[in-house]
Design a protein around this ligand. Structure first.
Ligand code: PPE
Length: 304
């Protein structure tokens, strides 16, 4: 259950958590065209910091642009509003959820001139797939649901409606006793998790899905950069489900999921069945940076 905090930013104002409501005829609620972000703020040695704020704001604007939603604020205003929301709630570590949506006005698929509205909420959120998964790895299954074809969903956008596909896959996996679903693209190659990008490691080399069928994850690009700095080769190349089965290591990345090892896929043990050395090294590097314990990549952190 979500634990309420004090305020939510809505269209330029901080409103009490309980009053952050919309009309039932809000266009996005019916047809799913809205854009969102997921951002984390971490508590560090020298205060709290938001991880890669500018990249998340840029992606929010890109998603809105793809969805033809004209942003009523500029990037700086949105970045400032995100910081303001964290501060107003006196949160030292949290997850931040900006949402751009089409408001009340006309109904019908054509949104006409309905207002574009923006809300920014923040709440405390622990390990997305659980502490156990973060430490020892999770169990995943390949979904019976296919990821979107690139001309069905423009995957550069983090658009609310696309997540119906993720919900179906996630529910199916959970009901069957797995932690997460991995979806294949319409050609049968691995694409991504319901809310994470995926990496495999084989013979010391890292491989991840190319950007064609997936969300351009900010954690993904951060981890690729950290790997290259540590002389771990990284390629963006399509791979198949059996390539995952025989990988030495598999892990997923996402703002919510952070860097979570995968210890089993489709009831097949991955590698030793425990998080491998490459996964552990990158996980450690990632957490050191987000917590401000590593002087590298200070530019990725925005102090609050
Ligand atoms: N793929 C998908 C489909 C996805 O939703 C996410 C983030 C990623 C990859 C990783 O992107 P990034 O966060 O930039 O590294 N999923 C968000 C929503 C999770 C949710 O359940 O809500 C997130 O992690 O914030």
């Amino acid at each position: 259950m979500l634990e309420p905090v004090e305020k939510i930013w809505m269209d330029g104002k901080l409103v009490p958590w309980a009053d952050a409501n919309v009309h039932i005829l809000t266009h996005s609620l019916h047809y799913g065209l809205a854009a969102f972000e997921g951002i984390r703020c971490y508590k560090g040695q020298s205060g709290s910091a938001i991880f890669r704020l500018q990249e998340h704001v840029d992606r929010l604007f890109d998603s809105a642009h793809i969805g033809m939603m004209e942003m009523p604020y500029d990037r700086k205003q949105i970045a400032d509003a995100i910081v303001e929301t964290v501060r107003a709630n006196r949160l030292d570590a949290c997850y931040i959820r900006p949402l751009v949506y089409i408001g009340y006005g006309a109904m019908g698929v054509h949104p006409g001139n309905n207002p574009i509205r923006i809300a920014i909420a923040a709440w405390r959120w622990g390990a997305y797939l659980g502490d156990e998964a973060l430490a020892n790895g999770m169990r995943a299954r390949v979904s019976s649901f296919t990821r979107h074809h690139v001309n069905v969903s423009m995957t550069r956008g983090k658009i609310s409606g696309y997540y119906v596909n993720s919900i179906l896959a996630k529910r199916e996996a959970k009901v069957d006793g797995y932690d997460e679903a991995i979806m294949l693209d319409p050609e049968g190659y691995v694409s991504e998790g319901t809310g994470e990008n995926i990496f495999i490691v084989r013979r010391g080399m890292l491989k991840t899905t190319p950007l064609t069928s997936i969300l351009e994850g900010i954690t993904r690009s951060s981890v690729m950069e950290l790997a290259r700095e540590r002389n771990i080769p990284v390629v963006e190349e399509r791979f198949t489900r059996d390539e995952m089965y025989v990988a030495d290591e598999v892990f997923v990345t996402g703002t919510a999921a952070e860097l979570t090892p995968v210890r089993e896929i489709d009831n097949r043990r991955i590698g030793t069945g425990k998080p491998g050395p490459v996964t552990l090294a990158l996980q450690k590097a990632f957490f050191a940076i987000v917590r401000g314990e590593d002087p590298a990549h200070q530019a990725w952190l925005t102090r609050v």
